[in-house]
Design a protein around this ligand. Structure first.
Ligand SMILES: [Zn+2]
Length: 206
């Protein structure tokens, strides 16, 4: 498994999926955004940027430019991880806003606009108002990430933000289950491992 394998989307919110873009699903840590191409692939899998926009940005980028944007994306990710770890497990308070200043600075750079589009081409009369964004430079790739982080902060209850209890697992998720009993990133990865360990433990005891 390497960063060409599919990225992990178990966070139940893109804001945490971005933090989960570095993880250790088996024995070796994998960073899906460790270079420019990795960043483009992750953004495509997260559906944060349309594939044709990614192709155009790849074509127009100067040598090394996308790698630099990936560096920035990783800095943003690790800064945001610190924020999440400082606040998870309880509701966000108004004081947390000052910690979010760097994210607000990023969001200020956005060049969003809306355009009127036909809902279903071929059918008449149904329009919708579609949010768009100008992609003036490869750095603009950070903007949809910033938006996902901002939406996560504004829409999720930080009381439900949890780290997987799996041994050595770094994955984060929002627990949207009804009883708030989710403990694992996924049953396939950590849940089954924990079940097997508990089973072995019981066998040893009996
Ligand atoms: Zn896990």
């Amino acid at each position: 498994m390497d960063n060409h394998s599919p990225a992990i989307f178990v966070g139940d919110t893109l804001g945490l999926d971005f933090l989960n873009s570095v993880a250790t699903p088996a024995d070796v840590p994998i960073d899906w955004v460790d270079d420019g191409e990795g960043l483009l692939a992750w953004l495509e899998q997260a559906r944060l940027v349309p594939p044709e926009t990614l192709a155009a940005i790849r074509e127009q980028a100067l040598p090394g430019e996308l790698d630099k944007v990936a560096d920035q994306a990783r800095s943003l990710r690790e800064w945001f991880r610190t924020f999440v770890f400082a606040h998870k497990g309880q509701p966000l308070t108004a004081e947390a806003l000052s910690d979010l200043e760097p994210l607000n600075r990023l969001l200020e750079r956005d060049e969003g606009f809306s355009r009127i589009v036909v809902d279903k081409p071929g059918e008449s009369g149904k329009f919708s108002f579609q949010p768009m964004r100008k992609w003036r430079s490869p750095e603009a790739l950070l903007l949809p990430i910033g938006e996902a982080l901002g939406r996560f902060v504004c829409t999720e209850d930080f009381s439900d933000v949890k780290a997987c209890e799996g041994h050595g697992c770094t994955l984060l998720f929002v627990d949207h289950t009804r009883g708030h009993r989710r403990r694992w990133c996924s049953m396939a990865m950590c849940g089954n491992r924990a079940k097997q360990a508990a089973h072995r433990h019981r066998l040893k005891q009996s």
